[in-house]
Design a protein around this ligand. Sequence first.
Ligand SMILES: CC(C)(COP(=O)(O)OP(=O)(O)OC[C@H]1O[C@@H](n2cnc3c(N)ncnc32)[C@H](O)[C@@H]1OP(=O)(O)O)[C@@H](O)C(=O)NCCC(=O)NCCS
Length: 229
Amino acid sequence: MSQKTLRSNTSQQSHRLVILGASGTACDVLEIISAMNMAGGNYSCIEILDDNQSLWGCDFHGVKITGPISLASSMDNVSFINTLGSPKNFGIRKVITDKLQLPKERYATILHPSAVISKSSTLEYGVILYPNVVVMANACLGDQVIVLANSVINHDVRIESYTTIASGVNLSGRVCVGPKSYIGSGSSIKEDVQVGKGALVGIGSVVTQDVDDNSVVVGNPAKKISFIK
Ligand SMILES: CC(C)(COP(=O)(O)OP(=O)(O)OC[C@H]1O[C@@H](n2cnc3c(N)ncnc32)[C@H](O)[C@@H]1OP(=O)(O)O)[C@@H](O)C(=O)NCCC(=O)NCCS
């Protein structure tokens, strides 16, 4: 099934989803699922898994947190949404995915109905698109890429797996963002720029030159301030 068809799953049988991580992103994902259902979808989030034992048994916006993330390995007939990762630990989504060893098809793609997605773009498994995201012609988004509200992914952009694009980001044509990176809110990246793997672009930055692997760049024009170990 094309990932884009998940947006309009109107089958009688509800598509059962389990969220990994009781995070702020999880809260947003529940809103996106609700919007998808309002648009005719048929999804239910049945539980949330989180490694913080003190949360087990608690209610999270109407969904129960039932146990550790490792339980996912033994769950059948559900799809997972990996919401882990923040500007402070954005590599965690891949770490958890590697531990679980589930087929990549088990991660659901969650697309807010207001997202505009070019027919010529490609979205891999587990992509999450927030409200008003625009994905233009020939853009490619790898596994478990998350794009927050109001970001624009222009033509021929490539975003590799496990990368997060925060809100209000503008990726100009042919930009390439490596795997496990984080592009901070409100940043703009000039056309043809390559951002390396595991890199972080600080909030509000204007990136005019390539960014090295694992480096942190900030400002306008963006300059390197540190490395991520
Ligand atoms: C880049 C970032 C990770 C640095 O965080 P940090 O390691 O805690 O570093 P600090 O806040 O101590 O900042 C170090 C220096 O860089 C400067 N700086 C930090 N972020 C900056 C930014 N985005 N633009 C310009 N300068 C920045 C600080 O002012 C400070 O300068 P100083 O040494 O002259 O005082 C953080 O500021 C950032 O931008 N994170 C992304 C936030 C984001 O997009 N959140 C979205 C959530 S949905």
